[in-house]
Design a protein around this ligand. Sequence first.
Ligand SMILES: Cc1cc2nc3c(=O)[nH]c(=O)nc-3n(C[C@H](O)[C@H](O)[C@H](O)COP(=O)(O)OP(=O)(O)OC[C@H]3O[C@@H](n4cnc5c(N)ncnc54)[C@H](O)[C@@H]3O)c2cc1C
Ligand SMILES: NC(=O)c1ccc[n+]([C@@H]2O[C@H](COP(=O)([O-])OP(=O)(O)OC[C@H]3O[C@@H](n4cnc5c(N)ncnc54)[C@H](O)[C@@H]3O)[C@@H](O)[C@H]2O)c1
Length: 445
Amino acid sequence: MTTDVDVVVLGLGPGGETVAAKLAKAGLSVVGIEARLVGGECPYYGCVPSKMMIAAAGTLAQARHVPQLAGAAQVQPDWAPVATRIREEATDDWDDTVAVERLESSGATFVRGTGTITGPGQVEVNGTTYAASRAVVVNTGTEPAIPPIDGLADTPYWTNRDVVQLTELPASLVVIGAGAIGAELAQVMARFGVQVTLLEVADRVLPPEEPEAGAMLQDAFVAEGMKVRTGVSISRVDHADGTFTVSLGDEQITADKLLVSAGRRSNLAGIGLEHMGADPEASTLETDERMRAGDRLWGIGDITGKGAFTHVSMYQADVAVRDILGEDGPWADYRAVARVTFTGPEVASVGLTEAQAREQGLDVRVASGDLGARGWLAKEEGLIKVVASDGVLVGATVVGSAGGEIMGMLATAIHARVPVETLLGMHYAYPTYHRAVESVLHDLD
Ligand SMILES: Cc1cc2nc3c(=O)[nH]c(=O)nc-3n(C[C@H](O)[C@H](O)[C@H](O)COP(=O)(O)OP(=O)(O)OC[C@H]3O[C@@H](n4cnc5c(N)ncnc54)[C@H](O)[C@@H]3O)c2cc1C
Ligand SMILES: NC(=O)c1ccc[n+]([C@@H]2O[C@H](COP(=O)([O-])OP(=O)(O)OC[C@H]3O[C@@H](n4cnc5c(N)ncnc54)[C@H](O)[C@@H]3O)[C@@H](O)[C@H]2O)c1
């Protein structure tokens, strides 16, 4: 059976859901296809439950800061309120009825199932072919990547999808991978009293970020009692009698549970991209500034490789919507992609790192400093680093409890190409955290 529509959206992560709803509201006939839950990884297994966990763990950390500044406080962690909030307030017990109703109320048709592109503009799901006259928008996202470590595949390891569903915590946990997922979840577990060992193959935690940021975060992890091992090579993983054993050559690390957070794999293979002229073997879907990936084909979200973040997926969704509706831009611009790893301290960054700016052959100036008066008042260590070229900022990193918020002004400066001279002429309220930006900018030359 074939049904004619204007647009098919394949995969309804944050971007796909946005595209489907906005195009339907604009009057197009839209079918949205989702194999699992409408909204994708972020609301059910990613950002939302993990940030609920982080808010709870951060509260414990604040209470533990009391002796340094204000006397004594007793802290008795309990996972039950976190598990309940995730179930009842965040995920509706992993039920997307509300999201499906929201989508359908926009006028879109929803189909639950695994869709496959079978020809130009044609997507098949559950035995029906939808023929799109205007666009197929692919937003199929990612799955946890499981590294090819001997023995690992045969063990009952966890991924982020298991950790967010926990009702009880283990006594001990090994975490493989200290990217954003590993760093955030490992610290939550540690703050709730789990004995955590974090293993990272690269020479530092959060390898894509500035080395100074990774070093500061690693120190914070160790100060909170986590074991952190960088530059490791895991030779084997075993599971017997309820215990995981992770072998680093001759050395063995044991724990009750194992979390694999070693990166993500794009859901591109097997979805039939070759029928619309795209490479089905590629790890990312190549898109232009309008998010076009071919004739009548658009791609958005993590699969585009432009930053695996909810806000990037939704930004790209808006670009694709404008293009499909025949509107003018603005088209996609990735100079000032902002990102925050919500650890304690937060690691927030925007634009290029110093190394990336140098690789691009830019005439680079850098400066860094601490959190100034506010950091001293709060007894808080932190870092602000800026990367400038030709009189404007091209990158910045902030490490601190309010790192993501301080980074906001730096993102504006990079996005709008505000000259450093102009930034130096503005007012910075005393004693805010962001006032430290001014001193760092003064050190640029
Ligand atoms: C633990 C964790 C924490 C995170 N925290 C943050 C954060 O704080 N901030 C942030 O910005 N980002 C965060 N992220 C990343 C964020 O979740 C993703 O960038 C975001 O979900 C955007 O993904 P997406 O739009 O590409 O699609 P996804 O959310 O991956 O959704 C894609 C959807 O497509 C469906 N699908 C796949 N193939 C098919 C098919 N053939 N047919 C039908 N449906 C299909 C899938 O079932 C899925 O629901 C986090 C991720 C994780 C795992
Ligand atoms: N706060 C946020 O915005 C947030 C939070 C979580 C995730 N995310 C997004 O999701 C993406 C995926 O996160 P992720 O942490 O899974 O991936 P990642 O690629 O960022 O990190 C994976 C880490 O695992 C390490 N690794 C890989 N194989 C290993 C091995 N065999 N042994 C030891 N270490 C190994 C890698 O070197 C890397 O540092 C992130 O890049 C980010 O874009 C964002």
